[in-house]
Design a protein around this ligand. Sequence first.
Ligand code: FAD
Ligand code: NA7
Length: 506
Amino acid sequence: ESASYDYDLAVIGGGSGGMAVAKKAASYGKKVVLFDFVKPSPQGTKWGLGGTCVNVGCVPKKLMHYAGLLGAGMHDAKAFGWKVGNPEHDWEAMVETVQNHVKMLNFRYRVGLKSAQVTYVNGLARLTGPHEVTCEKRGKETKHTAARVIIAVGGRPVIPDDVPGAREHALTSDDLFSLRTSPGKTLVVGASYIALECAGFMRELGLDVTVAVRSILLRGFDQQVAEKLGDVMKDLGVKFVRPAVPSKIEKTSDGKLEVTLVDSKSGEEVSKGTYDSVFYATGRKADTSGIGLETAGVKVNPNGKIPVENEQTNVEHIFAIGDCTSVDVMFHESHWANPELTPVAVQAGELLASRLYARATEQMDYSLVATAVFTPVEYGCCGLSEEDAIRLYGEDDVETYLFGFGTLEQSAAHRVKHVEGEEEDDMPATNLSKLVCLKSQGEKVIGFHFVGPNAGEITQGFGLAVRLGAKKSDFNKLVGIHPSDAESFCAMGITRSSGVSFVAEG
Ligand code: FAD
Ligand code: NA7
């Protein structure tokens, strides 16, 4: 089909989406080139092939979360008879383990592209014509033509430019996971899932952690759950300043960072504190500037995202997938943004390649994507938050079932709170199971929420039930696996409207 071009397909960006689409297209016998290049972070951090997820996202994040869980687990271990002494955490050893694993994955991806017969070019690519990609590496430029182009450049963290010292001194998720020495006493700015996950594991690893929250926790997620996660983190000793944003960050003569926090509403100063590190997680921006979209006539939104319909841009032969795209997702008669998650980018890419090169017709469904937040106590959800359900259907049509409880093993071990200056006492029951149901559709479950250990694993399974349209009565018929946390979803009896306490005794 494309004898006049060097390649059938050029993919710009070798992250979750780009790698998946390139390999899938090659599996259909297409000639594919993939460009990937990592621009160093403002702090100078660089990494290898595979994009955000493998290098500075999901993978190192989950491993550090696991490192944190091991600390809590060691407390339980003592109660169950293990002689573990007084464990201390060594940040450098953890980073070495994490980075060794990441490097192994980088290598595996490189081999994977080779065996899939995808041509991999390590260089910064941009469109220099509708079918032409120019790639720059160490000042040398090469030109490549392709019948089709897929843009999968992902996003990068943004640090606001109106806070003096922030851009100069702050770390982001691009830096944290490969930091060779412990960040020490840390101020986290932002309250997104990335902010709370990182604050959570840093605290679990024993660091002094403060979070400056501009407004709410976990915008976009169920707010009852968000507040619960915040409470648990407080019990673990994370300090929250709220509502607050930094107004300036200054380096002191001994190399520390002095941060002035102001009330985000009134602008009045609330505190001045000195930290070893300031970590910003105030959102991400699609990495689409300077890639020649205008040269090829590709439309881009003011926020940098590329609007797509079925992954196609406004230019017929140019497509885009993953975090750099804006998809108008219609779900429950309402418009939503596409979730920025690895499996979403992968699936969108694989389905696209099958449609382009194997006559498949299946489109990507961006709705009802299950997701998990890996805070010290984990959270998984699929579908609507309680407030979104009420916003869409009205309070009268929504019933919520709730059950709060503790995990058997942790209750037996008497896990303790460790807030500084307070006496240690038992951690309150941290788990919460929650089903948001639509009354007018026979109590169809439109929101599944679980707070507790292994939330990712549990939510992945139940996500299928939600996708298949399960009703509350189906959950009632389900026989539990005992003893487990997930069995809490079978036959939940307490409704929000009853006003009865939903927290289990003891
Ligand atoms: P990316 O993976 O970002 O890949 C884009 C690639 O393109 C990068 O390698 C980039 O360097 C390269 N590139 C950019 N411009 C150019 C250019 N001009 N030329 C050549 N190459 C270029 N998702 C989950 O599902 N679960 C999680 O637990 C999770 N945790 C996360 C934690 C953190 C801290 C972060 C930051 C993200 C997390 N995510 C998680 C989100 C997930 O990482 C992204 O959704 C996913 O990586 C998006 O894939 P992508 O292919 O769109 O882009
Ligand atoms: P999000 O989800 O966009 O969240 C950004 C967070 O940072 C949020 O808590 C914001 O508070 C806060 N924020 C934003 N700007 C500022 C400034 N200037 N100062 C202080 N705090 C600020 O970002 P993520 O990077 O975690 O996630 C990126 C995407 O990945 C996200 O869209 C998910 O779908 C997946 P706010 O609530 O707005 O007051």
